[in-house]
Structure formats: C-alpha cells, structure tokens
Design a protein around this ligand. Sequence first.
Ligand SMILES: [Zn+2]
Ligand SMILES: [Zn+2]
Length: 562
Amino acid sequence: MTETRRKIFLGVAWPYANGSLHIGQVVGAYLPPDIFARYHRTAGNDVLMVSGSDCHGTPITVRAEEEGVSPGEIASRFHEEFLESWERLGISFDLFTTTSTDNHASVSQDIFLKLLERGDIYEGTMTLPFCTVEGRYLLDRYVEGTCPHCGYEGARGDQCDNCGRVLDPIDLVQRRCKFDGSEPELRDSRHFFHRLSAYNDRLRDWLAGKDFWRKPVVNWARGWIEEGLKDRAITRDVTWGVRIPVEGWDDKRIYVWFEAVIGYLSAAIEWADRSGDSEAWRRFWQDPECRHFYFIGKDNIPFHTLIWPAYLMGYADAKGEPYNLPYDVPANQYQTIKGSKASTSRRLAVFVPDYLSRYDPDPLRYYLTATMPEMQDSDFTWTDYVRRNNDELVATWGNLANRVLTFAYRNFDRQVPQPGELTDEDRAMMARAEQAIRDTGEQIEACHFRAGLEAAMSAARDANRYVEDNAPWKLIKEDRERCATVLYTAIAAIAGLNVALSPYLPFTCQTLHGYLGNEGPLQAVGWRFVPPQAGQPLAEAQPLFKKLDPKIVDEEEARLGA
Ligand SMILES: [Zn+2]
Ligand SMILES: [Zn+2]
C-alpha cells in the first residue's frame, strides 16, 4: 500500500441528556458524521469519532426540578437511552462518553487555568436575574422573554430558537421566571469572563481561508465577527457542573457552554486511555495533517466556528503545543415537522426509541439522508417517508438485489453464474457501478451526503433498466449462457452498489454482503469495486426492506402533537 492513511477527527454535537432523541437531532448532527466516518473507515483512513452526553446545564436541572429527582439521575437515565439509540440506529461512535467524568473535569480545569494565567480569562461582574420568589439567581433556561433581535416572544435566556442568536438572560425583553412567572430583579454577581473580543482579528484571518465551507455557516460566522465579538461570562451561580479550579469559588461552577465543547478534546484523551495507548489522542489533535470536522445543527454554529477555536488558539499558545482547529464545520439547517421546528415539550417530534419500536433503522437513515437540510430547512412528513421507502428503497434497490440473487440462486446451482463473453453493454454496466463508488465517495468527502446517496441510487436505477432490458427470466429458456452473463453482470453491479450504499444503509448492506456469499464485515472490502468470483456460493436472499402500508401515515400523524 503506497496510499497514505489519512487522519480524520469527527467532533459530534453533545446532546443534552434531558430527554429522548428525536429524528430532527439525528438528521441534523448524528447521521451525517456516521456516514462520513463509515466511508472513511471503509476507505482505510484513520478515524476518531467522539461525542457524549452533556450532563450539565439548565436543560438537565430544569427537568430534574420538574420531576423532583437529582440532575445526575436525569443525566444517567438519558445517557443509557442514547447509547441504546446509537446502537440500534447504527451511529458508530468510537467513544460516546459524558461530561460528568473526572477526566472531562480535569481537562476543562486545565484549559480554564491556562487561559486564566495568560489573561484570556479574567474576573468581572455580571448582572443576573434573581428570582425574589425563590431566592436564587436564574440561569439561561430559567428565564424566558422576548428576543431583542427578532421579537420572538418565546425566547429562552440562552438562545432564541427563532433567529438562532445566542443570548444572555438579561438581553431578553420582558423577562419572566420560567417556574413562577414573576419578573426577576437584576443583581450583580462576581464571575469569570473569557476575552473573546481579543480574538476578533485572529478569527477573521482564520475564517478567510474557509470559503469552501457551507455558505450559511461561513456567512454566519463572519457576520458575528463584523458585529464585533464580545467577552462572555464562563461561570454561573449554580452547584451542578464542573468546579472552578480557583480557591473561594466553591458556590459557583464553570458554565456548561465553556466546558461542553472541551469534551471534544477530553473525549479523545479518554478514548486513548481506554485503548491502552494514553498518547494516541495526540495523532488526532497535534498532527497538523489530521483534519477536524464538526457535525452540529445550525444553533451551535457560533460555539464551533468562533468560541471553541478561540479557546484552542489560546490554549495552544499557553502550552506551546499545537492543537488542531476545525477544518470544516458542515452544520445543517433544521428539519422541521409539519412545517414547525420540532418541539419535545409539545411532543411535535418523532422520538427515536418510539420509531424503532415499529420500524427498521435503514429506511429512516435513507429517508433522512434524502431530505437532509444541508443548505436550507427541510420538512419531515410521514407521507413522504412511506413514499420514498416504497418507491425508492423497496422498488429500486431492494427488489433489484432480491430479484437477481433469488433468480441466480434458484437457476444456477446456488452460485454466482459463470459468465460467457461480456458485451459492451455488460462492461458499461460494471463500469457504471464502479463509477458510482467513486462518485459517492467524492460527494461524501465534500460532506454532500444527499448527492452521494443520489449518485448510488441513480446507478441502481440504471442497473434495474439493465436487468429489465436483458430479461434473464426469458433468457433462461432461450440462451442459458447469455442468461448467466447477464446475471453475473447484475450481481457485480449489485456488489459494487452495495459498497457505495454501505455508509448510508449499514445494516441491510451487511446482510446483502452475506447473501452475496461473503463472510466478515463489508467494510473489509474497502472503498472499491470488487467483481464477484464465478462459482462463489450464494446464500438464499430474503427481502431487504418491507413495503409499508400507506395507512400508517394517519396512525403516525395521530401520534404527533400539534
Ligand atoms: Zn422563580
Ligand atoms: Zn430571535
């Protein structure tokens, strides 16, 4: 092998462990990195994909207070559920940890102290809303009100869901306590701040080289810089979170948005420790050849394109060591449902455990990729899900594979038929499958996941046409040798397309790999076209996908909130 093994690091958004995952989160931040990681692993590259449950912050404490249990209990309940969801959806993390580990706390505290020593972090005073009914400071999500930027009335104290701006609670107009509706008083409190303003120019220069990013992402990041970056408070008046490593600050904690992004580094260190080579993280974080990709939804763009790079720049300077900055941040727009942003509280969402209790993972992965909101918002509907499952996945791909393999199995001694001389048409069909592998790979490398799927599916449509045109079920009676050649060609095309589709449909592609008579993981084939061996035994194929009854649409819509 002369080809070099490229190093790829994937940082995946840390979901708050405060409720079940819904498919809007899956399509936004979890399915894209899984496709990307599976492709790169199959291509033989060195991949590290990490994330974990965000166990801190008000989304957790609000739910804990509502249920009357500890925040830790909420976090561990949903962390366990997330692990099961990833497994069943095939989201192939190398490590999915949590922010509640000692390792994460010590890495976060080290970065905090290094930035404090070099003056990137300083002490100051923050004005905070204080609930006089409950006698406590109200953090971000404990306060609701009107967004000062867009006028949306349901904005939360950490962010406006309507315009995507990051907010502080005191930015809100007409503030109210989430729990008792009272208007909070404003009081001063001592806190630590991160000097983000000092990074305006360095971030602008760095972003100048990012014209290849998705337009909405780079435009958004540059827009914030032109407005002028502001220093941000990075501690809070809470007792749930990572301790501040400075004496006299026991009653406050590091803010979740300071430490959660540090999880990308701390998770890599934990992964290395678990692998038995505690220095292994350095090849991903300190080799400048390793490219870092961050997979997030659009609401997280400022944290990954500005704030986290600024921490890394300061930390690298303080340590005198390199730390890789993001290479690309292919953030997605939103997938709405019935035209609205998914809402857990209104149950306007399709929850992953609920979906998986009735349907298979690959059809969801297929549908979500085909409608992925890469450049603009897209909308989930059950009607479209059923249509794509039946018309595309079942009719185009599943039936092609099943029909050809079953016919060969029954008529050619349960083996890949021995072909006669190949015609130009046969060779063109095989070349088409080989080209689909290349095209899909190129699109995935560029984070164009929809286009990659379409490249494979359009070759599947051509393969169907090839089989229709050559009609092996007629040839079997007239010209057995030609029939064998056509089936051989079709099986070769199917094997090739199975490689191209494998990052998208990992479960059914592995099953099909077995029907084609192979043992071991499909990934071991590599990202290349390998024609089957004539005479190789086939296994008896079963349908890969189920046709769905359109009447499930009404049942599923009835389950959704409004
Ligand atoms: Zn209150
Ligand atoms: Zn807004």
